[in-house]
Design a protein around this ligand. Sequence first.
Ligand SMILES: O=C(O)CCC(=O)C(=O)O
Ligand SMILES: [Fe+2]
Length: 369
Amino acid sequence: MGEINPDFIQPPEHRPKLSIIEAEDIPLIDLSAINSISNPEAIERIVREIGNACKQWGFFQVINHGVPVDKLQKIEAVTRKFFAQPLEEKRKTRRDETNVLGYYEKENTKNVRDWKEVFDLTVEEPTLVPASPDPEDKEETEWTNQWPKHPPEMREVCEEYVRQVEKLALKLMGLIALSLGLPENRFSSYFKDQTSSITLNYYLPCPSPQLALGVGHHKDGGALTVLAQDDVGGLEIKRKTDGEWIRVKPIPNAYVINLGDCLQVWSNEIYESSEHRAIVNSKKERFSIPYFLCPAHYTVVKPLEELTNEQNPPRYRPYSWGKFITHRKLSNFKKLNVETSKFTISGYPNKWGLEGIPSNNMLFQVPDV
Ligand SMILES: O=C(O)CCC(=O)C(=O)O
Ligand SMILES: [Fe+2]
């Protein structure tokens, strides 16, 4: 085992175990019937399966999801090409304080450096966000993508892929709404001016995979994540029943779906976002491409009235999604009162979950449980 920069070394309690537990029972849901209007029982079955998976795991895999396989293959190929370039080429699109999107190789999760390089993209171009986290400041600003010159097809390939995965993500939100006993379109309005993003993740082989993580343990902050992973494997989820880290076995052409913190809040904890991490290995590089479905910045995230009552009061106070993400973004560059000094557009809503939120204003409130 080789030496690694101490920045990457996880505290002992977060280091990956050498023995792998691969659970056979992580739900695998076949979505082929979702468009068959003539077969309501099949749709009801899918909704039931999704509801059970959301309750037990906050995690499931889907097959026959409707995303054309050639779109996925193309974005995987362009991702490989992009990261195979020399550092100086990749750094031409490096993100910074003024442009929070693009290439980055120093991402931290929970103050420990992740063993990976990333390329972040926003889905809506431009994406409207608040100019500052100050609740009184009504000014807006825009996030725009930084497209590299090489590979030249990167922009077109990513844009085509995003449109397809978006359809799947929104369809899943509809099925999740149904599984909560709500109308299928209950969440639709939140995504009209979505702040969704995708990240191209490149995990390099690591000489000490028992000390570092590709992505440290975290929950995704948005509504849900639609993740494509290659056949190397490394994604682990924390099983709710016993807290064990369980490896998610890669299934060809399947997507891994995990619930984010917004769904935990909207459902008033009927469902919970799931804790996960990615481990690395000493031999193989690994790629993954998460699509983070996130609401419009002006969305006030709070438990849905239909799911709360006197016996079951709201467990969260409302918070402004836009102010939350802006706060996180800034915390990357300025030392704010949060547990990290780093922020990424993907990492920021994603990696921080419900933790580290400033308690001195109305932006966010942690659960009172
Ligand atoms: O690479 C993976 O499997 C997980 C990535 C992830 O959780 C993230 O980027 O938020
Ligand atoms: Fe994640």
